[in-house]
Design a protein around this ligand. Structure first.
Ligand code: NAG
Ligand code: NAG
Ligand code: NAG
Ligand code: NAG
Ligand code: NAG
Ligand code: NAG
Ligand code: NAG
Length: 334
């Protein structure tokens, strides 16, 4: 299995270099914090999705036509809840470099906002599929949609957005994979940072919705036949409106274009975890680390913590996101 490879690789490299070393290198003291990846999960998915129908005016959990068994390529767009740090390249192995908390590169942004594999990598492994990941931490749908990010605002800070992620995919995706429509699943997950930016200084939700739909349409025009949307893990007025409008577009896509579509809402999963964490096997701190920049002062049980970095799931919670996503696709198929 892949996880074992990552477990044994550093040991192998270490043993190759040991004879060459003249002076023993003592690693910095980091207590008992685990630095090699053990992806065995002590958690159980203790919630079943409540399925909805395409008639719903609100977003709801449904799968109209996506057959996971035929998927050989995953193309992912989104934020730090999805990003492997790859930005369209090959993801680095999920190795931790303490005191950096994120699995991946030692000295660049190519890291995951967690301590191991992301949900998308677990799905990829379960399907024996290839992953093309365009998601990026902090990403929003469209920089022009919020006063804090618009390029027209001189003091604004621009972020990765769905528009730029889709543009990079359009440029190089077809060289990386055959992208056979029936065998390719496109996943999209935005909303966390959109809600965040909107709540700071306002913006125009219609721009966000219009861009979201336009990017989906461009993917469809380029051959996308299977589209899965993740609804965000908490409820907000902004994201409820956004998600309902995107859901309505998916329903139209299914009826007008025969696009296979699925909506997987993460809120019921995280609502249920928050209500009864022990049913899932959580025993540790709800959030393991005290900051996003260091493991110092963090907990010793990341595997039984819901969040690893504040606001970001632990590797084992990413495992539950994968299981829940597959449960919706299986159990809510219409
Ligand atoms: C991996 O994790 C499982 C479950 O938490 C544990 O039982 C097992 O001992 C761990 N294996 C290693 C090599 O640490
Ligand atoms: C839509 O769904 C969200 C999340 O489940 C819920 O909070 C909201 O009340 C619903 N809105 C309507 C109009 O049903
Ligand atoms: C992703 O890669 C593209 C192409 O190299 C680059 O233009 C873009 O800035 C990168 N995005 C991020 C967030 O690093
Ligand atoms: C411009 O962006 C900053 C943050 O980057 C924000 O505080 C400010 O309110 C924005 N200005 C306007 C006019 O919206
Ligand atoms: C955001 O910017 C728009 C102009 O683009 C402005 O009309 C609106 O008042 C701003 N919102 C806030 C809350 O500042
Ligand atoms: C149907 O597909 C085309 C691209 O082939 C796209 O432009 C259009 O937005 C799609 N309409 C819906 C409702 O999915
Ligand atoms: C974890 O929880 C324990 C017990 O409530 C607490 O003492 C400790 O400070 C917490 N650690 C972190 C990193 O939050």
């Amino acid at each position: 299995m892949l996880p074992l490879l990552y477990l044994s690789l550093p040991i192998l490299i270490l043993s190759l270099f040991l004879p060459l070393q003249t002076q023993a290198q003592t690693p910095p003291a980091i207590g008992t914090f685990p630095i090699v990846l053990n992806s065995t999960s002590p958690l159980t998915l203790a919630v079943k999705p409540i399925c909805g129908s395409l008639d719903s005016t609100n977003f709801t959990q449904v799968n109209a036509g996506i057959d996971l068994n035929s998927i050989k390529t995953l193309v992912t767009f989104g934020d730090s809840w999805t990003s492997t740090g790859a930005n369209g390249t090959v993801p680095l192995p999920p190795v931790l470099h303490p005191p950096l908390p994120s699995a991946g590169a030692r000295n660049s942004e190519n890291r995951r906002a967690t301590n191991g594999f992301m949900w998308s990598e677990r799905l990829q492994m379960d399907l024996n599929a290839k992953l093309l990941d365009y998601s990026w931490g902090g990403a929003i749908i469209d920089n022009f949609a919020y006063n804090t990010t618009t390029p027209l605002n001189a003091s604004a800070v621009q972020r990765s957005d769905f528009a730029s992620q889709a543009a990079l995919f359009a440029l190089q995706g077809r060289f990386l994979d055959a992208l056979v429509p029936e065998e390719t699943l496109y996943t999209v997950g935005f909303g966390i940072n959109d809600n965040g930016q909107f709540s700071i200084a306002g913006g125009d939700i219609d721009i966000a919705i219009n861009t979201y739909v336009t990017k989906l349409a461009e993917l469809q025009a380029a051959g996308a036949k299977n589209i899965l949307i993740h609804g965000m893990y908490t409820s907000h007025t902004f994201t409820t409106t956004l998600q309902s409008r995107i859901f309505a577009y998916l329903v139209d896509s299914h009826s007008q274009n025969s696009t296979n579509i699925a909506f997987v809402d993460l809120q019921p999963l995280f609502g249920s975890i928050s209500a009864t964490p022990s049913a899932f096997g959580y025993t540790g701190n709800a959030t393991c680390l005290i900051s996003a920049t260091t493991i110092v002062g963090g907990c010793e049980e990341p595997d039984t913590s819901v969040f690893y970095i504040p606001g970001h799931p632990s590797m084992t919670t990413h495992g539950l996101i994968n299981q829940y996503t597959q449960a919706v696709l299986r159990e809510c198929a219409i």
